[in-house]
Ligand binder design. Structure first.
Ligand SMILES: NC(=O)c1ccc[n+]([C@@H]2O[C@H](COP(=O)([O-])OP(=O)(O)OC[C@H]3O[C@@H](n4cnc5c(N)ncnc54)[C@H](OP(=O)(O)O)[C@@H]3O)[C@@H](O)[C@H]2O)c1
Length: 321
């Protein structure tokens, strides 16, 4: 495993972090056995992964409880950097709820499910259009000053929202979507984070599994789970454009001796400002494949070739749009 300095943390975090959204199962990801999720955590930990990302929204407490149970069962609280979130409420309009009382209730519930008295990295999951950014930042500053959280993060925030947040509270982490098929942060958000010392934890690095190539193989049916059934990537012109780009990326990966998934993760790990790539693995086989990205050292020229392929795909899609 390789480790990176991140945010204000004194210890380094693993370049590949473990995402636990899929452990929540349910309508978002479909059936998932807790025993299998526990085996994924055990395999990740023994491979040196020390960053576990979770959220109350993942299975409505199920994923946080699994992470807490794994840490307590193995007595490894000091060895794991827990990243979790707040601000989504299944009963609120659009699921957003960053009212002060709700935030206080959420942190107490997360601490209890995780079996800990502090959270290492605590993110606002999504901005709440009904609550000014400065107001939720003030509540986060309170948690930070009380020592309930060691680092402050936001997820899915724009540069303007991060600026407003930073007027009130220190900001150490951003958790945005980032992958070969979703490069929206590259123009504005990533340079802002690099300039302001905000470490990026990249989520959905395989674009919901698309970058494994399995949904491009002949005869493969797109999954019907809520997470993916409405992804525009499964409709035209996106599907064909991504398939074409993927096939070229896979050739580059093969020449480096790794799978396309491993290559896509390695490509992300080498982006300036990305402190960790949050991989979501449903089982230990997927995890083992994704872990290979850590040892992969694609040449700079190969990474630039990948960028060219992806730029061409984006340009073609822009013309169509
Ligand atoms: N802050 C946020 O708003 C936010 C949003 C999304 C995610 N996240 C975090 O980021 C983590 C990763 O995101 P993600 O789960 O969307 O990641 P992803 O890497 O884009 O997708 C993960 C899924 O792809 C499939 N997969 C992964 N590796 C594979 C392999 N080697 N071979 C075949 N299939 C493979 C699995 O699903 P199947 O087997 O079902 O295909 C797996 O659950 C999450 O767990 C969560 O912690 C945060």
């Amino acid at each position: 495993m390789t480790y990176n300095s991140a945010g204000n943390l004194k210890e380094k975090i693993s370049a590949l972090g473990l995402g636990t959204w899929v452990f929540g199962g349910g309508k978002w990801w479909g059936e998932q056995e807790d025993d299998v999720s526990n085996a994924v955590m055990a395999a990740a930990f023994s491979a040196g992964v020390n960053l576990f990302d979770t959220a109350p929204f993942y299975g409505f407490g199920r994923a946080e409880k699994l992470v807490g149970g794994f840490i307590a069962g193995n007595r490894i609280r000091k060895n794991i950097i827990i990243s979790t979130k707040l601000g989504l409420d299944p009963d609120a309009p659009g699921f957003h709820n960053l009212k002060r009382d709700r935030m206080k209730k959420e942190i107490e519930e997360s601490l209890s499910r995780l079996g800990t008295d502090y959270i290492d990295i605590y993110h606002i999951h999504w901005p709440d259009p009904a609550v000014p950014v400065g107001e939720s930042a003030k509540t986060m500053r309170g948690f930070y000053e009380e020592g309930l959280i060691r680092s402050v993060g936001v997820s899915n925030h724009s540069v303007s929202e991060m600026r407003q947040f930073m007027e009130v509270c220190p900001l150490h982490f951003l958790q945005p979507p980032y992958s070969m098929f979703n490069r929206g942060i590259e123009e504005e958000i990533l340079p802002f984070c690099v300039k302001n010392g905000i470490s990026v934890l990249a989520y959905s690095p395989l674009h919901g599994g698309m970058l494994t190539g399995k949904f491009f193989r002949e005869g493969c049916i797109p999954p019907r789970d809520l997470r993916r059934k409405n992804m525009k990537d499964f409709s035209e012109p996106y599907y064909s454009a991504e398939k074409k780009a993927f096939e070229k990326i896979e050739e580059l990966a093969e020449a480096c001796g790794i799978s396309a998934a491993g290559f896509a993760l390695a490509w992300l790990m080498r982006k300036k400002g990305v402190a960790s790539v949050l991989t979501g693995a449903r089982n230990t086989v997927q995890l083992a494949e994704n872990l290979k990205a850590v040892e992969a050292i694609p040449d700079k020229a190969v990474l630039l070739q990948a960028d060219k392929i992806l730029n061409k795909m984006s340009a073609d899609l822009t013309v169509i749009d």
